[in-house]
Structure formats: C-alpha cells, structure tokens
Write a new protein. Structure first.
Lengths: 94, 484
C-alpha cells in the first residue's frame, strides 16, 4: 500500500478538501495505483542531475517600480460572492 | 459556397473584396451553430450579440483599411481564457458565476484587431483531462461520430472547428490538450514553444507547462493565427522577448534539406495498427516532399507519464488554492473561514480535479517532496536532454499523436491511470517546452480521424508549419467534412 486512508484524509485537510468515507475509500484506491506507478522513476539513477525548473533559459523578469492602471475597487469587488462597499465579507477567521 | 466551411484565408479574401460583410459571415456561422450545436455541444457559452457587435465593428475597420490579421473572422475561445464581460468557467462549477473584469492578452489582441468571438468552448474541468468528459457543463461530441470522445482538454475547441462552428479556436495545451483533440477531431492544432504566447489571462493549471495555441481547419490558417497571437507580453513573466516571424512566409517551400527524426519509442507496443499505418504513410509523403528521414531515440519517453503526472498536479495544487469562495466564483457557507474553504472547494470541484490536487499536495508535502517532486523534476531534465540530443540529428520529429484513435464516451472514465498513459506521446513536449503540431493524416476504417505529430526545437515553429503544409498538400483530406 503506497497510501493509507488516514494519509488521504490528512492530505485532503492540507488542500482544504472534505471527503466523506466513501470518497476516501475510492480516492485511496485510485491514488494508490497512481503512486505505485510513480515507483518507475526509481529505475533511473538521477545522482547529480539538476531538477528542471525552467524549460527556456529565462532570467528574473523585473520592471520599474511605477504604478500603472489596474482594476478599480468596484471592478475588483464585482465577482465577490459577498461584499460591502470596500471589502469581501467572509465568516470569522479565528 | 457555405461560409462556415471557408478557411480564414478564404473568408479574408471575400471580406477584402467586399463580396461579403463580416456581419453576414458571422450570421452564417451563428446559424451553423444553431443547426448543429445540439449534436456537437462544443460550447459552454454562446455569444451571438457580442459576435454581431464585433462583426459590425470589424466591417468598419475593414472599410477604413484597418484591423488585424483576424479582422472579421468568427472564432471560438476555450473557456480557460479570460474574456472581459463574458462568463469564464474553465468547465468547473466553482467558476459558474465568474465574469472576468479583464481580457487575457491574446484575447485583447484579437478583440482589438476586430476578431469575432462566437462563444466559449467546452473543456475538461481546469484543463485536467484527455476527453473533455469532466466538463461540468456538458460533454462535447466528436463531430465524426457523436458516440465518441473529442479528446481533451480542448475538446470543445476541436469539435467546433471540425463542425464549422467558427473558423478557428484558441485552445490551451499542458500535456497534449491542443494536439490530441485536434488529432481525434481531424483538425490542425499547434502548441507553441513555452513562452511564445502570453499566458496572462490564461487560467493557470500547470504554470511551467501551459501554452495557448490555435486549432484551425488547415495549416496555412494555423500560421495566420500564430501571427496574431505570438509575441512578448511584459505582463507574463515567462513570456520570451523574441521577434515573431511571419509564419505564413515559408510554408510552400519544399522539404529539401529537412531531416525528419522517427523516434523508435513512439512506435512501441500498444500503438493501434491503423494509427501506425496512417502515420507511416504521412512520413512517406514527407519524404516525397524532399525530406530525409532517420531513426532516432528518445530514451526517457516511457518515464514521461510519471514525470508529468507528478509535476503537473503539484503545480496545479498550488494554482488551484485560490479557489476558496472569497473573491470570485461559487461560495458555500461555513461557520468559520476554514470550513467555508472546505465546503466551497469540496462542492465546487469535480473528482478528477480533486484527485490531482491530492496527488500534487502529497508530492509536495514534507517527507515526500524529495522522493516525488524533486525526483520527477530531475527526470524532466533527462527528457529535455533527450530532445536536445535528438535535434542535433534532425530538424523535426515525426510520430503519432495518440496511441489509439478516439474511443467511446465513458469507456475510460473509471480508470484514470489508463487515461494518463494515453498521453505518453504528447506530454514530453510540454516537459521540454518545445513546440508540437498535430496535422490530419488519415482516417481509420470506421471513419475516425488520425493525426500526425511533429515536434521541433524551441522557437522552430516555422519548420513544423512548413513540414505540415507539405504533408497536407499531398493528402486529399482538407476537403473532407464530418456529416453531422
């Protein structure tokens, strides 16, 4: 077993996902077969091979620190499921 | 003459000579959508009023001798690209009410140039899939056989172009999502070099793999759309500042001096014999056009699926963290914030998206990062090096796009791993950042399209287009249309 139902529940919590018991079972089975497949990568000796972070040779893309046009407040709030005049309203945080 | 069957070049000529107006052309395409959409289901949102407004504006631009490459051309846009004022769902319930307040850079460019948007095309949820069956708004059907998948994740885009519901479409490709549906639907699809086309406003799935690209009826049209969408964008920090050639310029040149590499690993066990036959015939035609072929090896091909299905979900788990119900999209209730996040995401995301978020979160989590994500990233370097070495020996690499033709709807829904394995021939290009094209090269006995894939080194799209054009000219396929 590459992954247990408890681990699935733990990872789900990290990802802010709720799974009921049936879903945990189904997900555990599918994830287990997928994670077992990943074992294939251990056939390769990657000692000294740098991890690929970029496909194209790029450098840090900077710009001058000058403010430009952006969304105004009304536009920014327009898709909010719940807002007041100036902010997105959410349930209590703590 | 059926307007919806025209190529972009054909319509441009008629618009230029004023034989037809953009409004008339748009009406004809909208009528076509009305006539076939209940069978094809390529669209999540159809935008007839917007299209006619844009068409009228395009007619004004054309009269004044203005307008861009695609002025007056009706096309569709995969619902993963932000379109200002037009609902953008990414095929997900979690973005059901989302109306972007801005255009993606490629969309803004087309809009400013007078293009006409007929609608937002169906797709796998958040571009995660190879069949478009995870679209929360209905599954698009293959216009060549409605019981078969279109492929994915740009299934709606490919189906729309094949069915005449627009003269082109913008799709996105992270592991094959333009090329594979193009192959299954018998249209041309191109994934540009990473960084060639702006990702600003492309809803992110896997940021180091995603690219926007065209789906069109033929190769010359594909080159035209490339002219319109490629280019540096300072708003995308991964955009490459490099001059955009005229991709239509050298299409008609023959293939003398071109070496085509045939990778033995792409013709391995499991390749459908009809696919192999069609692709080998296509390679023969490349030789007839003057190319020289040679066998090459891409030794790490078989590891690509494991690398991709670790790297892409890892990046996706980060990119999809933003869907929490706070600022946009669907929100479910919760007594406190964390509960709201969990309820919103659990109700709003489909199963495949959840599966990939979990794989990604696991692969990045403490204790597993080295064994999974880092290891995969190291093997990704080996795959990149495979291509670098190959392009010392050849100019383009020719192969199938998919090991099999399209399959029946529902056939692979229960076995995600088998679905992942079918992406083996396309995802390496995304891992290496190189461009790839799928061009129709034949049909199976049962009438399903088969595409031939070509891949080239970074920024060598001109080679791909020239080879694809020469191939297309030697096949009599472009005229063939699905009976819907």
């Amino acid at each position: 077993m590459k992954i247990s139902p408890e681990e699935v529940k733990y990872v789900a919590r990290l990802a802010h996902l709720d799974l009921d018991n049936e879903e945990v079972q189904a997900m555990t089975e599918k994830l287990d077969s997928i994670l077992s497949y990943f074992e294939k990568l251990n056939e390769l000796d990657t000692t000294g091979v740098p991890p690929a972070t970029h496909t194209i040779d790029t450098r840090n893309a900077f710009r001058d620190d000058v403010t430009g046009v952006s969304l105004n407040q009304r536009e920014a709030l327009a898709n909010g499921p719940l807002c007041n005049e100036e902010a997105f309203v959410v349930p209590r945080v703590i | 003459m059926k307007i919806h069957e025209l190529t972009i070049r054909g319509l441009k000529e008629l618009l230029a000579s004023r034989e037809i107006s953009a409004v008339e052309a748009t009406r004809a395409v909208l009528e076509r959508i009305d006539a076939v959409e209940d069978k094809v289901r390529a669209f999540i949102t159809i935008t007839p009023e917007l299209a006619l407004e844009q068409a009228a504006a395009a007619d004004g631009m054309l009269k004044a001798g203005q307008g861009g490459e695609l002025c007056g051309i009706p096309l569709s846009i995969k619902d993963v690209l932000c379109t200002k004022g037009v609902r953008t769902t990414c095929g997900s319930r979690i973005l059901e009410p989302f109306v972007p307040p801005y255009d993606a850079t490629v969309v803004a460019g087309l809009r400013g140039g007078g293009a006409v948007f007929v609608g937002k095309a169906a797709m796998d949820e958040f571009a995660m899939g190879s069949t478009s069956e995870t679209c929360a708004y209905g599954i698009p059907r293959n216009p060549w056989n409605p019981e078969y998948i279109c492929g994915g994740s740009s299934g709606g885009s490919a189906a729309a172009v094949a069915a005449g519901e627009g003269l082109a479409s913008l799709g996105s490709d992270t592991g094959g999502s333009i090329r594979q549906p193009a192959s299954h639907c018998g249209v041309v699809g191109l994934k540009p070099t990473y960084g060639r086309v702006s990702r600003y406003g492309l809803v992110a799935f896997a940021s180091s793999l995603d690219q926007v690209g065209p789906l069109t009826r033929d190769v010359a049209d594909c080159a035209l759309v490339m002219n319109a969408i490629c280019g540096y964008d300072p708003k995308d920090s991964t955009s490459i500042n490099r001059a955009v050639p005229d991709y239509t310029a050298a299409l008609t040149e023959g293939l003398q001096g071109l070496t085509v590499g045939i990778p033995r690993e792409y013709f391995a066990a499991g390749l459908d014999p009809e696919v192999e036959q069609a692709v080998l015939r296509g390679i023969d035609l490349l030789r007839e056009a003057g190319a020289v072929t040679r066998e090459i090896s891409l030794p790490h091909t078989d590891y690509g699926v494991a690398v991709y299905y670790l790297v892409a979900p890892a990046e996706a788990s980060s990119n999809l963290a933003r869907y929490d119900g706070v600022k946009y999209g669907f929100r479910d209730s919760g007594k406190e914030l964390a509960e709201m996040y969990r309820n919103t995401r659990s109700k709003g995301f489909g199963d495949e998206v959840k599966r990939r978020i979990l794989i990604g979160t696991y692969a990045l989590s403490s204790g597993y990062y080295d064994a999974y994500y880092k290891k995969a990233s190291q093997v990704r370097t080996l795959i990149k090096e495979d291509f670098q070495k190959a392009f010392d020996l050849c100019d383009v690499i020719a192969s199938p796009v998919s090991p099999t033709p399209a399959w029946r709807l529902g056939e692979k829904l229960d076995d995600p791993l088998s679905l992942y394995l079918s992406d083996i021939l396309t995802l390496s290009a995304n891992l290496a950042g190189i461009p790839g094209i799928s061009v129709p090269c034949g049909f199976t006995r049962s009438g399903l399209p088969v595409g031939l894939q070509m891949q080239a080194a970074h920024f060598q799209e001109e080679q791909l287009l020239r080879a694809a054009y020469n191939l297309e000219q030697r096949l009599d396929i472009v005229g063939k249309k699905p009976q819907i």
